[in-house]
Write a new protein. Structure first.
Length: 232
């Protein structure tokens, strides 16, 4: 669990007797639980059709390490308690994602941002490298869901092309779309928490979305960024 609040910044690890004990549960509609210094009770409402990234016949043949399913644009209502700090949420935009498979991907860059300097903008997605059938051969894959001005755009690579350069402190994701101007996601990370297994995560990153040479929107200290370092 990754938490950032006025109380403090921390990553919470807790051994549970079962994946979700009786007083903790999670579905696509509600999540209730506690771990360490954190407790929560949230109602989740997906706002658009869920997505299950796949490129035929990649999923059918179970080529990548991971498969995923989720709603990149959902709202959350309820409360989160972190130490003495309690925050109430009323239809706050966020996302839910489930992933599973034979192992973690070889590496990934993940972005999740729903609070920008202009309304009606949200971005969710990941660029990763996956092993093919668990071998040393690696496949570059990516998907991003971009919401703006009342419309959603789903980008998947392939057939689009996505490249990432930089470090967790500063990195850029470049997206080439057929028949459209390119997109760039300019990311600055800070206050990372260590998840183990080579994964670092921050909830207070900066993100700038550009289309061509134009700035579409900026998220300041509210972007979720995550990096899984390359794995053999």
């Amino acid at each position: 669990m990754s938490v950032h609040s006025p109380h403090r910044r921390e990553v919470v690890f807790k051994d549970l007797d079962t994946w979700m004990p009786q007083d903790n549960f999670m579905t696509t509609e509600r999540s209730v639980g506690h771990a360490g210094d954190v407790a929560w009770d949230l109602t989740i409402t997906p706002k658009r059709e869920p997505i299950a990234p796949d490129i035929f016949p990649v999923g059918l043949l179970r080529i990548p390490d991971l498969a995923s399913f989720g709603s990149p644009f959902a709202t959350f209502s309820g409360w989160i308690q972190h130490g003495p700090e309690r925050t109430t949420l009323t239809e706050v935009l966020g996302s839910i994602t489930q992933y599973w498979g034979r192992s973690l991907a070889a590496e990934w860059w993940w972005i999740s941002a729903h609070q920008f300097d202009r309304p009606d903008v949200a971005l969710e997605g990941v660029a990763l490298r996956s092993r093919a059938w668990g071998t040393a051969i690696q496949l570059p894959l990516a998907y991003f869901s971009l919401y703006r001005a009342g419309k959603s755009e789903y980008i998947q690579a392939p057939p689009s092309r996505v490249e990432v350069e930089g470090t967790p402190d500063e990195f850029q994701v470049h997206v080439w779309r057929r028949g459209k101007e390119g997109l760039s996601f300019i990311c600055v990370g800070r206050e990372y928490g260590d998840f183990g297994d080579g994964i670092v995560n921050t909830l207070t990153g900066d993100l700038e979305i550009r289309e061509g040479g134009r700035v579409i929107a900026r998220s300041t200290a509210t972007a979720g960024l995550e990096r899984l370092a390359p794995r053999r």
